[in-house]
Design a binder for this molecule. Structure first.
Ligand code: G6P
Ligand code: MN
Length: 445
């Protein structure tokens, strides 16, 4: 079986390859094709994979190419994990927004819109090529903003593109753990959009254990989301939000904290990653060791500013690794080998949330088998959550429309309608600021 990884020179590729190395079963991936625009990044990552493979018999063969069509042809699965504009682009997304006093996060608020506007045209081009060159392949989309990008690709690939994120699984795992339940045995009642969902229940042996957690302040305050959102707020909500909702519920504090840091997350990662890729150019560098050290530092500092404003302290050691690669591998296995399982994925709504149309991509538990991912019926969201989900989906639709038409006016509309952008004037300035710094937005006229 052949797996193609777009963004194959990306830093998290060794996580995926590491997961593939643990799979010894019949029908596993035997061939990995890395595609990237940048040769030196491919070379760096290939060095790490080479060291990973050295201690494993029959490791999947790895090849690398900068030719997209060649990479796609003959693929059974395609992982799309690209970052249009690189980490410098992410740093610009943050800076431009913060200068206007609004959030510039990678996927949330103004930053997420800017990132979406330059990623959607590239993702659509990929989707069109996949439809032409590898029509039977399954595309697993990691590319952020994952819900929006998956929806853009689904217009060309239908249900053959499935979006993934590690945050709902991580959340479910933490809640199960704090309740003393086995995460594998628990049914997690989670729904929303990517980075905008809520856990409303957690069933073990048919019983909802979440009320027990919500009623116990000590237990509730003992894990990541309890520390981040505060016990009182979780009790008031009666649900556990995805960590990315911190940017909504504590927006002012998040913006202020991000404005005060010397380096934003994107700027920090741009430097950190540049050092890693530089080091990989040295022939004597210990690739796997350097990669692992860089990864550990990246994980330990994830969402550090949010945790600081909340006084949440360090991350729990158990939470450090998100587990993207495990979700991706579980999804691929379920489809390739008809190993039925349930995973929280980004798929077309198809009536699951009655407030959204059938084609809106949502994040929801899905039954997965050889026929793909099928969203499971869930209870409706409470009104406050419906409000946010509909507002943000409305914004995503403006982003998709702007990417299709190239209309600057539509791009302004996308920013202006976002609940975390508080003025049409700010939206106009954001479009100016972003088009000034991002060559990938030159199409907006
Ligand atoms: C989580 C999210 C991803 C996001 C990543 C950012 O894993 O689910 O969607 O890309 O965090 O982590 P970073 O280290 O790049 O800040
Ligand atoms: Mn994510």
């Amino acid at each position: 079986m052949k797996l193609t990884i777009l963004g194959g020179g990306g830093f998290r590729v060794p996580l995926v390859y590491g997961a593939l190395l643990t799979d010894r079963a019949e029908g596993r991936v035997t061939e990995v094709v890395l595609h990237d625009l940048d040769d030196s990044r491919l070379y760096a990552v290939a060095r790490v994979l080479n060291e990973q493979a050295a201690v494993v018999p029959d490791a999947p063969r790895v090849t690398a190419t900068t030719d997209l069509d060649e990479a796609l042809r003959g693929a059974d699965f395609i992982f799309s994990a690209i970052r249009v504009g690189g980490l410098e682009g992410r740093a610009h997304d943050e800076r431009v927004a913060l200068a206007e006093g609004v959030l510039g996060q990678e996927t949330v608020g103004a930053g997420g819109i800017a990132y979406g506007l330059r990623t959607v045209p590239v993702a659509v081009d990929i989707a069109r090529r996949v439809a032409r060159l590898a029509p039977d392949a399954w595309v697993i989309n990691f590319t952020n903003p994952a819900g929006l990008v998956t929806e853009a690709m689904s217009r060309h690939l239908g249900d053959r593109v499935i979006g993934i994120c590690d945050s709902p699984v991580g959340l479910g795992r933490r809640i199960a753990r704090v309740l003393g339940a086995d995460p594998k045995q628990a049914w997690i009642d989670y729904v929303g959009l990517n980075h905008l969902g809520w856990v409303r229940g957690l069933r073990v042996a048919g019983r909802d254990e979440l009320p027990r957690l919500l009623a116990d302040a000590d237990l509730l305050g003992s894990f990541e989301e309890g520390k981040l959102f505060g016990v009182d707020w979780l009790q008031a909500l009666g649900a556990i939000p995805n960590e990315y909702l911190h940017y909504y519920y504590f927006n002012r504090e998040a913006v202020r904290a991000y404005q005060q840091v010397e380096k934003t997350r994107g700027a920090f990662l741009a430097d950190q990653q540049a050092r890693f890729y530089e080091e990989m150019k040295r022939p004597d560098a210990a690739a796997l060791t350097a990669w692992d050290r860089t990864r550990a530092e990246r994980e330990a500092t994830y969402m550090a500013e949010n945790r600081e404003t909340a006084g949440a302290g360090e991350r729990d050691a158990d939470d450090l690794s998100g587990g993207y690669e495990k979700v991706a591998l579980a999804l691929m296995r379920a489809i390739a080998r008809d190993e039925r399982t349930t995973l929280i994925l980004n798929v077309r709504n198809q009536g699951t949330l009655s407030v959204l149309d059938a084609d809106a991509v949502i994040e929801v538990p899905c039954l997965v088998d050889a026929n793909g991912a099928h969203p499971v019926a869930v209870a409706p969201l409470p009104d406050h959550a419906t409000g946010l989900v509909c507002a943000v989906k409305g914004v995503e639709r403006e982003v998709l429309a702007a990417a299709e038409s190239g209309s600057r006016t539509t791009a302004v509309k996308a920013f202006a309608l976002h609940p975390l952008v508080d003025s049409v004037n700010v939206a106009r300035k954001l479009v100016e600021g972003y088009t000034d710094v991002h060559p990938g937005l030159a199409y907006l006229r």
